[in-house]
Design a binder for this molecule. Sequence first.
Ligand code: AMP
Length: 249
Amino acid sequence: MKILVPVKRVVDFNVKIRVRPDGTGIDTANVKMSMNPFDEIAVEEAIRLKEKGVASEIVAVSLGVAACAETIRTALAMGADRGILVETDADLQPLAVAKLLRAIVQRENPRLVIMGKQAIDDDMNATGQMLAALLGWPQGTFASKLEIAGEVLNVTREIDGGLETIALTLPAIVTADLRLNEPRYASLPNIMKARKKPIETLKPDALGVDPAPRLAVLTVVEPAKRQAGAKVADVAELVSKLRSEAKVI
Ligand code: AMP
């Protein structure tokens, strides 16, 4: 079974985000970029399915600027077999990504697509759902456990009230939640081996998709700074402040 894993290049989760002074977006100049953490979990899950003998090939796909090839290399170093880079400088939004991924799915014919539940840069949580709708495939979102039995995939999902397990008929889309697994670090020998694994580069035109944005970002602002706290002398002062000063936000 072939598994496709879309991996997005995002600002590293440890980096403190800086908003551009003109409010048009965030500053990515000289900022450390990494694979979206939920996509690392997706890659890990695909590798575990290969180790169990369920998957035969893992293809990592990234869409965006040429440097997304580095993100694909990270997936290859973890254990993916080959990569596809859809190279564009366009500002890619979920619908464009989903349409490009649909075109890749139609070329590659995977039985399963495992992707992140959301990208930590735009927090859209939309691409997996859009891809499932475009393909007409079943989807298991927010997955915390996968079990494959023949043509059926049981997905345990993290929902508000607890855990829900659904059965999907393959081919299907899964989006990975935090507790699905703990991704491995790539070992040095595997990083070296990954250099020899192939990455095919395509342009959106070749896939027949116009990646132009449909949404306009009006403004981006920093979160409001928290005001300093104050100490109270005793419970009586606390109660009095709660009565007179506390506001419902
Ligand atoms: P989002 O809907 O933007 O929160 O992204 C959800 C998931 O879609 C991510 O975790 C990735 O697996 C995938 N994805 C979104 N954008 C891209 C991209 N430019 N390249 C590869 N995968 C992407």
